[in-house]
Each structure stands twice: as structure tokens, then as C-alpha cells.
Ligand binder design. Structure first.
Ligand SMILES: NC(=O)c1ccc[n+]([C@@H]2O[C@H](COP(=O)([O-])OP(=O)(O)OC[C@H]3O[C@@H](n4cnc5c(N)ncnc54)[C@H](O)[C@@H]3O)[C@@H](O)[C@H]2O)c1
Length: 325
């Protein structure tokens, strides 16, 4: 298969690029390297451009035609919740505008298969146990809203212009399939705890008075390689004739409390530090755990790697000293 991967120089996209190249698929990456790194790409061709720029539709259309692309995987986006609150218009321009430009290019070039990186952030404040795709979507920040609007835009394109698409709602992603592809940003719990350990400071837990098993927030952690496999399944189902717009959670169905996660990391790092509890941060839902039933049924995907592998692979990559942002 011949694929175009936007955001392929990023943490998750580069894992998918590696899997595609390993099975012999042709890959061209479109990335502006704003948060990505060219050294993650191996031998895949890089076209460096900002998807949200005015010239993007024509440039992408040319690449799609030149490289005779069959399908597109769209990872490129801005993903910092706090920044999205500070700069909402720019987030919409980047995430929604970038997607619209991509869809315009695909439509003119006649490319009709798309896999889109969505997020559990579309659900907002989750109530109850495992969240299914049919649960209400009320994102609580601009970042989450750009992802929900992205899904809606793709839904409209599948109805109106013959697109076939899969949107994957990622839960908490961690780990590394290869050390050099590890997450280099310090935005998620695992790298944040690593940073505290490096500085000899106690890891922080925000709030231990939630209605959960140990009072700390509960999340669903999925290994980045399992997540990357889900994209390959989605791509292959689209190639096999899957139509319309499939929307799937990508999670394990297992909740892990922040305290349990921090303890797992400290044990893996053999650190004597003890976590320190601070007051709750505003906007953190108590528990966000996926129901992974639909993706298992429709795409045959299940997470195979556990929490220990997530932490161990991330820590090993950290020790090998991949450059940080
Ligand atoms: N990491 C997570 O926990 C998580 C969770 C849910 C959803 N997601 C989504 O998954 C996708 C990939 O996330 P990631 O963690 O790999 O992030 P990342 O920042 O490592 O990767 C994003 C890539 O897109 C590129 N990019 C960003 N804006 C661009 C633009 N306008 N034009 C061209 N390239 C652009 C960046 O340079 C980078 O290489 C994003 O869409 C993100 O919203 C990530």
C-alpha cells in the first residue's frame, strides 16, 4: 500500500511509519517539524509543510498524485490542552483548518481513505464506568473541541464526497516501541514523573480525594505500539472495502490510578522517592476508562501490552538519552 502520513515525525505517527515501512509499504510523511523530529523517519520521504497554510491544499494534492497515494493517516495536530485555552483561534486554525486542507487535497486528487487521530478528550467529563463510543461528547477545552469538530467534518465528508474513514479516539498513550521514537515532550504523566526523578524531586499527585479506588484519578493507559497496530488494522479494513465513518475507542478497558502508575514508575526506576500529594487541578475528571468492545468486534484489535511494558519501555528509552524537547 502507498500511504501519506501527516505528523509522521511525531511520537505516535513515527511508530506507525516504522510499522508500515517494516512491512514494505511506501510512505511519504508531511510534517512541519514543529514538534516532530526528522531523525525519527528512517528512509521515509519528508515533505516539510504547515498543513494549515494557504498553499497546503495544492501542495498536498501534488504529493498525493505524484506518489500515487492510496490512503492517508492524519496525525498532525497541536495537542496541548493548556495552550489551546490560551490560543483557541490558532488551535482551530491548526487542527480544524489543517484537516479541512487535507480533505480538500484528497478530494481533488481522488484519494478516499483516511485514518484520523481523535482523542478521549471528545468525551469531556466522563460519568460512570467504561466509556463507550455512544456516550455523550462534551469536550471541556478547545483542544477536545477541535478533535470533535474534526470527527464531524470527516463524517460530513464520508456522506458528501465518498470518503471512507476511521477516527480513533486515543486514551492515555505511553511507552516506546523503539527508544529513538520515544515521547520527547514532557506533557504526560510518565515523562513528567521521569523529569521529577531526574531532578531528585518527589513526583506530584494532584488530588487524592476523588471517588476512586485510592482517591487519585484513574486513567486507561495504552502502549504506543498497540495503538500503532490499531492504525494498521484500520488501514487494512478500509483497503478491504470498509465504508462510511467508523469511530473507535483505543484503550485497554483497564483503569490505573495515578498513584498506582507513579508507584510503578518509581519501582521501575528503582527510585527511593515518594509521591507528594497536592490539591486537585481544575478540569481533571475522576475516571476515564475506555470500553474497547467496539474496536475488538469491528477491527479485531485488542491491546496486548500491559502497564509494566509501557513503563519499562519508556524508562529504557529515557535511559538511552533520546534528546528532549
Ligand atoms: N500523545 C497522546 O497522548 C495523544 C492522545 C490523544 C490524541 N493524540 C493525537 O495524536 C496525534 C499525534 O500526537 P503525538 O503525541 O504523536 O504528538 P506529536 O506532537 O509528537 O506529533 C504531532 C506531529 O504533527 C506535526 N504537526 C503539528 N502541526 C502541524 C501542521 N500544522 N502541519 C504539519 N505538521 C504538523 C508535528 O511536527 C509533529 O511531528 C495528534 O493529533 C494528537 O492530538 C495524542
Amino acid at each position: 500500500m502507498r500511504t501519506l502520513v501527516t505528523g509522521g515525525a511525531g511520537y505516535i505517527g513515527s511508530h506507525v511509519v516504522r510499522l508500515l515501512r517494516n512491512r514494505g509499504d511506501f510512505v511519504v510523511v508531511v510534517d512541519d517539524l514543529s514538534t516532530g523530529f526528522a531523525d525519527r523517519l528512517g528512509d521515509a520521504r519528508l515533505v516539510r509543510l504547515d498543513l494549515a497554510s494557504d498553499t497546503a491544499p495544492a501542495l498536498i494534492e501534488a504529493v498525493l498524485r505524484e506518489e500515487r497515494i492510496d490512503a492517508v493517516l492524519h496525525f498532525a495536530a497541536r495537542k496541548q490542552v493548556h495552550e489551546s485555552v490560551q490560543r483557541p483561534a490558532w488551535y482551530y486554525a491548526q487542527n480544524v483548518g489543517g484537516l479541512a486542507n487535507l480533505l480538500l487535497a484528497m478530494e481533488t486528487a481522488g484519494v478516499s481513505r483516511l485514518v484520523f487521530s481523535s482523542s478521549a478528550a471528545v468525551y469531556g467529563d466522563v460519568e460512570g464506568d467504561a466509556v463507550a463510543e455512544s456516550a455523550p461528547t462534551h469536550p471541556v477545552n478547545p483542544y477536545g473541541r477541535t478533535k470533535l469538530i474534526g470527527e464531524q467534518l470527516i463524517g460530513d465528508a464520508t456522506t458528501g464526497s465518498g470518503l471512507s474513514a476511521v477516527s480513533l479516539r486515543y486514551f492515555n498513550v505511553g511507552g516506546a516501541g523503539w527508544p529513538e521514537l520515544a515521547d520527547r515532550a514532557v506533557l504526560n504523566l510518565v515523562p513528567m514523573v521521569f523529569e521529577r526523578i531526574d531532578a531528585g524531586l518527589p513526583p506530584l499527585i494532584f488530588g487524592d480525594d476523588y471517588p476512586t479506588v485510592d482517591g487519585t484519578c484513574v486513567r486507561d493507559y495504552v502502549h504506543v505500539l498497540d495503538l500503532a497496530d490499531a492504525h494498521i488494522e484500520a488501514l487494512d479494513h478500509l483497503a478491504a472495502g470498509m465504508h462510511g465513518h467508523g469511530v473507535f475507542n483505543v484503550g485497554t478497558g483497564e483503569g490505573t490510578s495515578v498513584r498506582a502508575m507513579v508507584e510503578e514508575i518509581l519501582a521501575t526506576a528503582r527510585s527511593p522517592l515518594q509521591a507528594e500529594v497536592r490539591i486537585r487541578r481544575p478540569g481533571d475528571p475522576a475516571s476515564v476508562v475506555a470500553s474497547p468492545a467496539l474496536i475488538a468486534e469491528k477491527l479485531g484489535w485488542r491491546a496486548e501490552r500491559g502497564l509494566d511494558e509501557i513503563v519499562r519501555s519508556a524508562w529504557d528509552a529515557h535511559l538511552t538519552g533520546s534528546p528532549r524537547e
